[in-house]
Write a new protein. Structure first.
Length: 540
């Protein structure tokens, strides 16, 4: 039977229990879009009976409410204490890899010190030769000396000075050579220190967990401790490859980027990525009552100057405050209760506060529909647009995407959430060979007749799409005409040729034309609209 304990509070440790210190190693990590569940594994041999397990190196200020402890079969869990302050004294419980790294650093430091002492001895010989040379030079500065004695002294000083100079030079060269020979030793020591720094991430400064356990029989046992940290996140990243020269196709390479700043390195962990949001909203919001009131025109027109002495302006209607409406903690992806998880097949190293780690997921091959999208109201060139259906059977989560067209980088964008079976559109850069113009040759405003009470605005726009490429292109043109939601503002329009669809994507007044434009050809679209409104009104 496996026992699972959630800690709503801190419970005292039995005083009579035998104390056993056990190291814990991070073995599994489940990362969410915000936060991560971290599993620490303890493996040890327990004697039969009741014991206290002291497990150090939990994250500092671990939340007891998010702590979960699971023991192996045959081990019953009792009282649990999570200690932030006044921690028990623990013996040195270095991981074997950490101990080996420390020993390696000590060995290399000792070897380097010995060799550096030899270099220092060689340099001392050079210094002694230099001092001898300085002394010999001082002997030449004598006052009362016969010419014969001076000649002999000069010869002696010259001979000895040359020997001292040569000795100093030889010792300096020997010391420099010996010092350069230490480069591999210094490099090895630096690498050993780096290895030790990676293995020791400061987690020993965290909290201590004390567990009261009872083993039915002596033998091996395990305890898994799960904690939650908010200092981790993952998000999907994509590379989209559109090909035309070798056949129309769209390949989507999916990957994930992971960042964690928990303060400890997770080395060789079993990694799972989950779309669940344990720190987000878990239930639907409740709408608040919608209180409406009416007042008379006399009350509405009553002057609002002055104060009634209670903080309200005279004549101001006093309304009950609306109940507070609960708001979502943030955007929640619409999975309709389904959680998607990705389990990475090989162990992963995740360093704290390091650069984002990118891991590949898989590759999807999709057949797209390709067109040139033209919006002459805003641009002078069309853009390549690929429309496709997500037939992978999986949800494509939102994330940044790098876009490639026939092997060349075409840009970057943001892929939206694409449900399984849903359609999506992605742009792949400008198509400079499709030129767009939008001219307004006719725009007139004035009275409609001599004795009329209405105003009128007539507009004409001429759109030209010219194909300067050497191939035919399916083209989609998007433009607009005015629309009205007021009965007294009359709007009408004509399009030549007629539009393929109107109110595109549910947007009022947005028109769409679909056609194939052959190489070297032009297509003109003429839009005419008229607006009429009563006299005394202003068009906005």
């Amino acid at each position: 039977m496996r026992l699972c304990l959630w800690l709503p509070c801190l419970i005292a440790i039995p005083l009579h229990a035998e104390t056993i210190e056990a190291p814990a190693r991070v073995t599994q990590v489940t990362i969410f879009p915000s936060g991560a569940a971290v599993v620490r594994h303890v493996a040890l041999t327990l004697p039969a009976g009741t014991h206290q397990l002291l497990i150090a190196s939990l994250p500092k200020d671990t939340d007891p409410g998010a702590l979960r402890v699971v023991a192996s079969d045959g081990v019953a869990l009792g009282a649990v204490t999570l200690t932030h302050d006044r921690k028990p004294a623990l013996r040195d419980m270095d991981d074997p890899a950490v101990k080996a790294a420390k020993d390696d650093v000590k060995r290399l430091e000792k070897a380097l010190r010995t060799k550096q002492a030899d270099v220092t001895a060689i340099r001392a010989r050079a210094d002694a030769a230099g001092e001898q040379l300085t002394f010999l030079r001082s002997l030449g500065r004598v006052g009362d000396t016969t010419p014969a004695d001076l000649k002999a002294l000069v010869a002696l000083v010259g001979e000895q000075a040359l020997a001292a100079h040569q000795a100093a030079l030889a010792a300096t060269v020997e010391a420099d050579t010996a010092d350069r020979a230490l480069a591999p030793d210094r490099e090895a020591l630096d690498k050993a220190r780096q290895t030790l720094a990676v293995l020791t991430d400061g987690s020993a400064e965290g909290d201590v967990l004390a567990l009261a356990v009872n083993a039915k029989a002596a033998g091996p046992a395990t305890v898994d401790i799960t904690t939650f940290t908010a200092e981790a996140q993952w998000f999907p990243v994509y590379d989209l490859f559109l090909t035309r020269q070798t056949g129309l196709g769209l390949t989507i390479d999916r990957g994930v980027a992971i960042v964690q700043t928990s303060g400890e390195d997770w080395r060789g962990v079993d990694l799972t990525l989950s779309t669940a949001r344990p720190d987000g909203q878990s239930a639907a919001s409740t709408p608040s009552p919608d209180l409406r009131q009416i007042i008379s025109k006399e009350e509405l027109d009553r002057p609002t100057t002055g104060n009634d002495g209670f903080g309200y302006m005279a004549g101001e209607p006093v309304m009950e405050p609306a109940p507070h409406e609960a708001k979502a903690a943030g955007p929640v992806l619409a999975y309709q209760g389904a959680t998607v998880t990705y389990h990475y097949p090989t162990p992963v190293d995740l360093r704290s506060a390091a650069e984002a780690l990118r891991l590949p997921l898989d590759r999807l091959a999709i057949k797209p529909d390709l067109r040139a999208l033209a919006v002459p109201l805003h641009e002078e060139t069309a853009y390549i647009e690929a429309e496709f259906t997500n037939d992978s059977g999986q949800i494509l989560l939102p994330g940044p995407a790098m876009l490639y067209h026939d092997g060349a980088l075409a840009g970057q964008g943001q892929l939206p959430l694409i449900a399984a079976g849903a359609k999506a559109k992605v742009g792949f850069g400008a198509l400079d060979g499709l030129r767009l113009t939008r001219a307004e040759p006719d725009r007139s405003q004035g009275q409609e007749g001599i004795l009329t009470s209405s105003n009128r605005l007539d507009e004409t726009a001429v759109i030209t799409v010219e194909n300067l490429t050497g191939e035919d292109w399916p083209v989609r043109v998007i433009d607009r005409v005015p629309y009205s939601e007021q009965e007294k503002l009359a709007v009408s329009y004509t399009a030549t040729p007629p539009e393929t669809a109107h109110d595109e994507d549910g947007k009022r007044g947005i028109l769409r034309w679909d056609f194939t434009l052959k190489a070297g050809a032009k297509q003109e679209i003429t839009l005419q609209d008229s607006l009429g409104w009563p006299d005394g009104q202003v068009l906005q």
